[in-house]
Ligand binder design. Structure first.
Ligand code: FCB
Length: 448
């Protein structure tokens, strides 16, 4: 460690993956170009009141056209891996059936562009932009969507599997299912816990069933799934609060981890959700438990909970900690939370490899007249989380890669363009990118 406690690259293993993370809907734009079909996010953005600034993804960062300069910037930073996702409706505008060659050709160019710049492509198959046509038939609540996902996965991995050797089936099922079908915050916008649980089961099933297909089409590939996970503490040491912690952890974390690691759905959570439990057919749990090569973890913030009889099916509610540091989103800044989460994952699940597929922060950024963004808070967030990551690795947690969220400011879902997470600032009027101080530091760190 340097005297300022900022980690250096040499503190990490030589073969560590250093990357940046992005997703299709958040940066690509070109919403209906070259035959792309409508996604649930295109539709959601049209509904008044859904997106805080009334915006949409039609142009976003125009990455669909500006990708060469974006990849140049990533290369300039010195990262050796680049995480991106595929927009399913570009490949299959109706969700299944007719293939749109222009969509495949775009990702062909993008992947070749990465390889030409020495960037290892890390491809997420599903980062939330489901074809609207599938939503019309029930979306992830319908078991047919599992079959459609396999069809889509087969097409994409047959085309790109010779060059892409890292695949992430799904990004954060909590968000796509719970926030989408139950909490009514994300597309498609629903308020049914039962729908969310069924959707979640189908997402996990589609993950498990896709693994052998990906391995068949992409020789030697590493395959995993990315979860959003949270370290959780109780508001007090009372038996009630500790029991609330366990209940909340059941839905938030164990609901995903337990079946992926072969334990089926947690019995305590199943009991608490009662009638909202998903229909699970024979063989489903075996498929979900198919071994992966890594567990992808997205870490943003810890949670604190207390016992609360009115706190939903888990009878727990979140407690706002007083006096803690927070990002512009209000999320607590807790580098130690990352250590706690990673050591817990190793202790309770012992995954062969963990990849930190997202970590980052949003603050009010200002582009100065001199063309600088002095994002001291994001820079400090990044440095302290890397220092925490090193502590976790030193403690024996097998983390092999870190991907900063995100390369660019982008469309932050229901928050629209109000939340900037990039290490590069995007002026949406001109599409000019400017590395922020955090991005400049990441580049220096990587080139040390
Ligand atoms: C994660 C999402 C990513 C981005 C960050 C801030 O939950 O995976 O797309 O929105 O949060």
């Amino acid at each position: 460690m340097s005297s300022h406690n900022a980690p250096t690259r040499k503190d990490f293993p030589a073969d560590f993956r250093w990357g940046v993370s992005t997703s299709s809907f958040q940066i690509e734009g070109a919403g209906r170009e070259d035959g792309k079909g409508e996604s649930i996010w295109d539709r959601f953005c049209q509904q008044p009141g859904r997106i805080r600034d009334g915006s949409n993804g039609r142009v976003a960062c125009d990455h669909y056209h500006l990708w060469p300069q974006d990849l140049d910037m990533a290369k300039g930073l010195g990262v050796n891996a680049y995480r991106f996702s595929i927009a399913w409706p570009r490949i299959l505008p109706q969700g299944r059936g007719t293939v749109n060659e222009a969509g495949l050709a775009f990702y062909d160019r993008l992947v070749d562009g990465m390889l030409a710049r020495g960037l290892d492509p890390w491809c997420t198959l599903y980062h939330w932009d489901l074809p609207q046509a599938l939503q019309e038939q029930g979306g992830w609540v319908s078991r047919d969507t599992v079959g459609a996902f396999l069809e889509y996965t087969d097409i994409v991995t047959r085309r790109l599997g010779d060059r892409v050797k890292h695949w992430i089936t799904h990004n954060e099922p909590w968000c796509s299912c719970m926030m989408g079908y139950w909490e009514n915050i994300h597309a498609p916008g629903g308020s049914s816990l039962a729908d969310a649980m069924q959707a979640c089961h189908h997402v996990l099933l589609s993950h498990g069933q896709a693994i052998p297909l990906i391995r068949k089409n992409s020789a030697g590939a590493q395959v995993g799934i990315t979860l959003s996970l949270h370290p959780i503490t109780a508001a007090s040491s009372s038996a009630e609060d500790l029991a609330a912690l366990k209940r909340h952890d059941g839905l938030r974390n164990r609901w995903f981890l337990d079946p992926l690691f072969g334990r089926g759905y947690p019995a305590d959570t199943l009991e608490l959700i009662g009638d909202a439990a998903p229909t699970v057919l024979p063989g489903d749990l075996d498929a979900i438990a198919t071994a992966t090569d890594f567990l992808g973890v997205n870490y943003y913030f810890p949670e604190m909970v207390k016992d609360d009889p009115a706190g939903g099916p888990m009878r727990a509610s979140l407690v706002e900690k007083e006096g803690v540091e927070r990002t512009g989103f209000g999320w607590e800044v807790s580098p130690q939370g990352l250590v706690d989460l990673l050591t817990r994952l190793q202790r309770d699940y012992n995954p062969p490899v963990i990849q930190l597929t997202e970590n980052g922060s949003t603050f009010e950024d200002v582009l100065t007249p001199e063309g600088c963004v002095h994002d001291a808070e994001r820079l400090s967030y990044l440095q302290r989380h890397l220092a925490a990551l090193k502590r976790a690795i030193d403690a024996g947690v097998p983390v092999k890669g870190y991907f900063a969220w995100s390369l660019l400011d982008n469309f932050e879902w229901a928050e629209g363009y109000l939340r900037r997470f990039g290490i590069a600032y995007v002026d949406y009027a001109t599409q000019k990118r400017t590395l922020k101080d955090s991005g400049l530091w990441y580049g220096r760190f990587l080139n040390e």
